[in-house]
Design a protein around this ligand. Sequence first.
Ligand code: NAP
Length: 312
Amino acid sequence: MKNYDVIVIGAGPGGMTGALYASRANLSVLMLDRGIYGGQMNNTAAVENYPGFKSVLGPDLAKDMYDGSTQFGAEFAYGSVEAIEDHGDHKVVKTDDGDYTAKAVIVATGSEYKKLGVPGENEFGGRGVSYCAVCDGAFFKNRDVVVVGGGDSAIEEGIYLAGLASKVTIVVRRDQLRAQKILQDRAFANEKIEFVWDTNVTEILGDEMKVTGVATLNNKTGEKGEIAANGVFIYVGTLPMTEAFTGMGITDDAGWIKTDIDMKTAVPGIFAIGDVRQKTLRQITTAVGDGGIAGQEAFGYIESLKSAAAAK
Ligand code: NAP
């Protein structure tokens, strides 16, 4: 079993920053991820709210962060983490590809897109239903798409899709958006974007091959309707990726990990950062800030283990 000072689970912006800080403090660090580094930055077209860049492509920012985070020796390995065993002064991180030990663990597993939960959603996955405009938007060049949701993701990705599709209809369940004002203003000014308010999508419609539209219900008037579309992009919120950590006493009722301001969870030596953490603002900038704190706090925690061992 390979030993490290710090294992970072998840190599998004938070995890990569945690690895940077811990390795720059001369700790041995392993970042584990079940996919490519970068996390949700890989699904983001333009990032406009990360200082230092007016606008940067998400995957480009991910690559730059990866290069920076590994410059002091932090390693990266593929692995899907199944559990963390707490043995006090060391933790065992169990993955589908073997186990590792570390003195401290930083959980940075992020969140995943929530499903809408309507008939047709699973059936037409990959055949017109998508959760990633950057990945799938090009399939809908000069075609009509529906976007479901009213948060930052729905509006930002709706604007991105309007650059490709002939028409984007954004279906919102209330009469207002949750998204930031700057995104709202941009979407309202975009001639290709139309909003349908107070409306739920009740079914994804399709023929044997692909999506043909959505069935809708106006939740104020009770009126039923249909919107024809070739693609349906669903952005109705996110869920924490914490299935491996339930039962450790570190999550809230909804599954987000609770920490103090130093990113410490209820288990000494286990830290949590970024979108997976119980917090109000989930951004690249806030994940990066969390990562810096956790990397430094992991160093402090390991120093305290050494002091305690020396005092024995
Ligand atoms: P979100 O902020 O939770 O918004 C979810 C949206 O989906 C809300 O409009 C919500 O409506 C709607 N919704 C939820 N369940 C629904 C259902 N069953 N049917 C129809 N609509 C439903 O999620 P998000 O947009 O994915 O953003 C997640 C986090 O990432 C947020 O913290 C966000 O600020 C952040 N983010 C930031 C940026 C950026 O800064 N550029 C970009 C993307 C994401 P209600 O409003 O009625 O609840």
